[in-house]
Design a protein around this ligand. Structure first.
Ligand code: AMP
Length: 217
Protein backbone atom coordinates (compact mmCIF):
# COMPACT_ATOMS: atom_id res chain seq x y z
CA UNK A 1 0.00 0.00 0.00
CA UNK A 2 1.41 3.37 -1.03
CA UNK A 3 -0.10 6.54 0.37
CA UNK A 4 1.23 9.79 -1.01
CA UNK A 5 0.41 13.47 -0.92
CA UNK A 6 1.59 15.67 -3.78
CA UNK A 7 2.14 19.35 -3.02
CA UNK A 8 3.34 22.30 -5.02
CA UNK A 9 2.29 25.69 -6.16
CA UNK A 10 -0.34 26.03 -8.92
CA UNK A 11 1.00 24.99 -12.30
CA UNK A 12 3.83 22.91 -10.82
CA UNK A 13 2.41 19.81 -12.53
CA UNK A 14 0.66 18.07 -9.62
CA UNK A 15 -2.14 16.75 -11.84
CA UNK A 16 0.20 15.55 -14.60
CA UNK A 17 2.65 13.91 -12.21
CA UNK A 18 -0.12 12.25 -10.19
CA UNK A 19 -1.61 10.76 -13.36
CA UNK A 20 1.80 9.40 -14.46
CA UNK A 21 2.42 7.98 -11.01
CA UNK A 22 -0.99 6.36 -10.69
CA UNK A 23 -1.08 4.73 -14.15
CA UNK A 24 1.10 1.61 -13.88
CA UNK A 25 1.22 1.51 -10.07
CA UNK A 26 -2.60 1.20 -9.80
CA UNK A 27 -2.87 4.08 -7.36
CA UNK A 28 -6.01 6.19 -7.16
CA UNK A 29 -5.59 9.89 -7.93
CA UNK A 30 -7.69 12.00 -5.60
CA UNK A 31 -7.70 15.62 -6.78
CA UNK A 32 -9.81 17.88 -4.62
CA UNK A 33 -9.81 20.60 -7.32
CA UNK A 34 -11.04 18.09 -9.96
CA UNK A 35 -13.77 16.85 -7.59
CA UNK A 36 -14.96 20.41 -7.07
CA UNK A 37 -14.79 21.19 -10.81
CA UNK A 38 -16.93 18.12 -11.49
CA UNK A 39 -19.57 19.38 -9.04
CA UNK A 40 -19.54 22.89 -10.54
CA UNK A 41 -19.83 21.53 -14.08
CA UNK A 42 -22.70 19.23 -13.12
CA UNK A 43 -24.53 21.94 -11.16
CA UNK A 44 -24.74 19.96 -7.93
CA UNK A 45 -25.58 21.51 -4.58
CA UNK A 46 -21.94 21.24 -3.56
CA UNK A 47 -20.95 22.87 -6.87
CA UNK A 48 -23.11 25.88 -6.06
CA UNK A 49 -21.45 26.15 -2.64
CA UNK A 50 -17.87 26.16 -3.96
CA UNK A 51 -18.21 27.97 -7.30
CA UNK A 52 -17.78 31.52 -6.03
CA UNK A 53 -14.68 30.77 -3.92
CA UNK A 54 -13.10 28.80 -6.76
CA UNK A 55 -13.68 31.47 -9.39
CA UNK A 56 -12.05 34.09 -7.18
CA UNK A 57 -9.10 31.78 -6.50
CA UNK A 58 -9.95 31.55 -2.79
CA UNK A 59 -9.83 28.42 -0.67
CA UNK A 60 -13.11 26.62 -0.05
CA UNK A 61 -14.14 26.30 3.65
CA UNK A 62 -12.38 23.56 5.64
CA UNK A 63 -15.54 21.72 6.78
CA UNK A 64 -16.68 21.25 3.22
CA UNK A 65 -13.25 20.21 1.97
CA UNK A 66 -12.78 17.73 4.81
CA UNK A 67 -16.12 16.07 4.23
CA UNK A 68 -15.38 15.74 0.50
CA UNK A 69 -11.93 14.22 1.16
CA UNK A 70 -13.27 11.88 3.84
CA UNK A 71 -16.13 10.78 1.57
CA UNK A 72 -13.69 10.04 -1.25
CA UNK A 73 -11.15 8.17 0.90
CA UNK A 74 -13.82 6.21 2.74
CA UNK A 75 -15.08 5.05 -0.69
CA UNK A 76 -12.05 2.66 -0.56
CA UNK A 77 -11.40 1.88 -4.19
CA UNK A 78 -7.68 2.29 -3.44
CA UNK A 79 -6.40 -1.21 -2.74
CA UNK A 80 -2.86 -0.36 -3.84
CA UNK A 81 -2.84 3.16 -2.43
CA UNK A 82 -3.55 6.74 -3.42
CA UNK A 83 -2.06 10.08 -4.41
CA UNK A 84 -3.89 13.01 -2.82
CA UNK A 85 -3.47 16.20 -4.83
CA UNK A 86 -4.47 19.67 -3.62
CA UNK A 87 -4.92 18.68 0.02
CA UNK A 88 -4.02 19.56 2.77
CA UNK A 89 -3.70 23.27 2.05
CA UNK A 90 -3.62 24.75 5.53
CA UNK A 91 -2.78 23.82 9.11
CA UNK A 92 -6.25 22.65 10.06
CA UNK A 93 -6.61 20.40 7.01
CA UNK A 94 -3.17 18.92 7.74
CA UNK A 95 -4.16 18.06 11.31
CA UNK A 96 -7.39 16.44 10.14
CA UNK A 97 -5.48 14.43 7.56
CA UNK A 98 -2.68 13.26 9.84
CA UNK A 99 -5.17 12.19 12.52
CA UNK A 100 -7.14 10.07 10.06
CA UNK A 101 -4.58 8.58 7.62
CA UNK A 102 -0.85 7.78 7.77
CA UNK A 103 1.05 8.76 4.71
CA UNK A 104 4.26 7.33 3.35
CA UNK A 105 5.60 10.39 1.60
CA UNK A 106 4.89 13.96 0.56
CA UNK A 107 6.11 14.78 -2.94
CA UNK A 108 6.90 18.50 -3.08
CA UNK A 109 7.16 19.94 -6.60
CA UNK A 110 9.29 23.08 -6.49
CA UNK A 111 8.72 25.86 -9.02
CA UNK A 112 9.62 29.58 -8.84
CA UNK A 113 6.67 32.06 -8.98
CA UNK A 114 7.70 33.65 -12.32
CA UNK A 115 7.64 30.21 -13.97
CA UNK A 116 4.26 29.55 -12.29
CA UNK A 117 2.80 32.69 -13.91
CA UNK A 118 4.20 31.74 -17.31
CA UNK A 119 2.76 28.21 -17.10
CA UNK A 120 -0.62 28.91 -15.53
CA UNK A 121 -1.59 31.79 -17.80
CA UNK A 122 -0.97 29.57 -20.85
CA UNK A 123 -2.95 26.63 -19.46
CA UNK A 124 -6.08 25.41 -21.30
CA UNK A 125 -8.57 22.74 -20.30
CA UNK A 126 -11.07 20.58 -22.13
CA UNK A 127 -14.34 21.00 -20.17
CA UNK A 128 -15.67 17.78 -21.72
CA UNK A 129 -13.01 15.12 -21.00
CA UNK A 130 -10.76 17.01 -18.54
CA UNK A 131 -7.57 16.87 -20.69
CA UNK A 132 -5.07 19.62 -19.81
CA UNK A 133 -3.02 21.57 -22.38
CA UNK A 134 -0.35 24.20 -22.24
CA UNK A 135 0.18 26.67 -25.07
CA UNK A 136 3.94 26.72 -24.40
CA UNK A 137 4.88 23.10 -23.85
CA UNK A 138 1.91 20.96 -24.78
CA UNK A 139 -0.18 22.58 -27.54
CA UNK A 140 -3.25 20.84 -28.97
CA UNK A 141 -2.82 19.59 -32.55
CA UNK A 142 -5.61 21.89 -33.77
CA UNK A 143 -5.66 25.35 -32.14
CA UNK A 144 -8.34 25.62 -29.46
CA UNK A 145 -9.62 22.02 -29.85
CA UNK A 146 -9.14 18.96 -27.64
CA UNK A 147 -6.98 16.21 -29.26
CA UNK A 148 -9.03 13.50 -27.54
CA UNK A 149 -12.65 14.55 -28.00
CA UNK A 150 -12.52 17.62 -30.29
CA UNK A 151 -14.38 19.87 -27.81
CA UNK A 152 -13.48 23.57 -27.66
CA UNK A 153 -10.80 24.31 -25.03
CA UNK A 154 -11.39 26.84 -22.26
CA UNK A 155 -9.30 28.78 -19.78
CA UNK A 156 -10.06 27.76 -16.21
CA UNK A 157 -12.08 30.51 -14.50
CA UNK A 158 -9.37 30.70 -11.80
CA UNK A 159 -6.45 30.96 -14.25
CA UNK A 160 -6.67 34.77 -14.53
CA UNK A 161 -3.79 36.99 -13.32
CA UNK A 162 -5.92 38.27 -10.36
CA UNK A 163 -7.04 34.80 -9.24
CA UNK A 164 -3.52 33.47 -9.70
CA UNK A 165 -2.12 36.20 -7.42
CA UNK A 166 -4.71 35.28 -4.77
CA UNK A 167 -3.80 31.60 -5.05
CA UNK A 168 -0.06 32.28 -4.89
CA UNK A 169 -0.59 34.39 -1.78
CA UNK A 170 -2.64 31.63 -0.19
CA UNK A 171 -0.02 29.08 -1.10
CA UNK A 172 2.85 31.00 0.47
CA UNK A 173 0.91 32.02 3.58
CA UNK A 174 -1.10 28.91 4.33
CA UNK A 175 0.24 25.94 2.42
CA UNK A 176 3.97 26.42 2.97
CA UNK A 177 3.56 26.01 6.77
CA UNK A 178 1.88 22.64 6.08
CA UNK A 179 4.98 21.57 4.22
CA UNK A 180 7.08 22.54 7.24
CA UNK A 181 4.83 20.40 9.43
CA UNK A 182 5.38 17.39 7.17
CA UNK A 183 9.09 18.17 7.04
CA UNK A 184 9.29 17.66 10.80
CA UNK A 185 7.94 14.15 10.23
CA UNK A 186 10.70 13.61 7.66
CA UNK A 187 8.35 12.50 4.90
CA UNK A 188 8.97 15.32 2.40
CA UNK A 189 10.76 14.63 -0.92
CA UNK A 190 11.65 17.84 -2.79
CA UNK A 191 11.60 17.52 -6.58
CA UNK A 192 12.59 20.21 -9.11
CA UNK A 193 9.47 20.76 -11.27
CA UNK A 194 11.21 22.82 -14.00
CA UNK A 195 12.27 19.97 -16.34
CA UNK A 196 9.85 18.20 -18.72
CA UNK A 197 7.10 15.97 -17.33
CA UNK A 198 8.90 12.66 -18.02
CA UNK A 199 12.09 13.81 -16.29
CA UNK A 200 10.14 15.05 -13.27
CA UNK A 201 8.34 11.70 -13.08
CA UNK A 202 11.66 9.84 -13.23
CA UNK A 203 13.00 12.00 -10.38
CA UNK A 204 9.89 11.33 -8.25
CA UNK A 205 10.20 7.57 -8.72
CA UNK A 206 13.92 7.64 -7.94
CA UNK A 207 13.49 9.54 -4.69
CA UNK A 208 10.57 7.29 -3.59
CA UNK A 209 12.42 4.09 -4.56
CA UNK A 210 9.65 3.08 -7.00
CA UNK A 211 9.95 0.99 -10.17
CA UNK A 212 11.21 3.20 -12.98
CA UNK A 213 8.89 4.95 -15.35
CA UNK A 214 8.69 4.16 -19.07
CA UNK A 215 7.28 7.09 -21.04
CA UNK A 216 4.67 6.13 -23.62
CA UNK A 217 6.36 6.67 -27.06
P1 AMP B 1 -6.67 23.14 -7.75
O1 AMP B 1 -7.14 22.48 -8.99
O2 AMP B 1 -6.00 22.19 -6.80
O3 AMP B 1 -5.84 24.36 -8.02
O4 AMP B 1 -7.99 23.65 -6.97
C1 AMP B 1 -8.89 24.55 -7.57
C2 AMP B 1 -9.67 25.31 -6.50
O5 AMP B 1 -10.43 24.38 -5.69
C3 AMP B 1 -8.82 26.09 -5.50
O6 AMP B 1 -8.42 27.35 -6.01
C4 AMP B 1 -9.79 26.19 -4.32
O7 AMP B 1 -10.81 27.16 -4.58
C5 AMP B 1 -10.46 24.82 -4.34
N1 AMP B 1 -9.67 23.85 -3.52
C6 AMP B 1 -9.02 22.75 -3.98
N2 AMP B 1 -8.42 22.10 -2.95
C7 AMP B 1 -8.72 22.79 -1.82
C8 AMP B 1 -8.40 22.64 -0.45
N3 AMP B 1 -7.65 21.63 0.00
N4 AMP B 1 -8.90 23.57 0.43
C9 AMP B 1 -9.65 24.58 0.02
N5 AMP B 1 -10.00 24.81 -1.27
C10 AMP B 1 -9.54 23.92 -2.19
Amino acid sequence: MRKYVIMGVQGSGKGTQSALLCGDLDLVHISVGDLFRWHVKNHTKLGAQVRRAMTAGHLVGDDLVESVVRGRLDGHDWNYGFVVDGFPRNGRQAEFFMESYDIDAVIHLELPDDEVRRRVLSRRLCPECGMDYNLIADRPQVDGRCDICGHELITRADDTPEALDARLRDYHEKTRPVLELFRRKEVVHDVDARPGADDVQAAIRKTLGLPSYSPVP
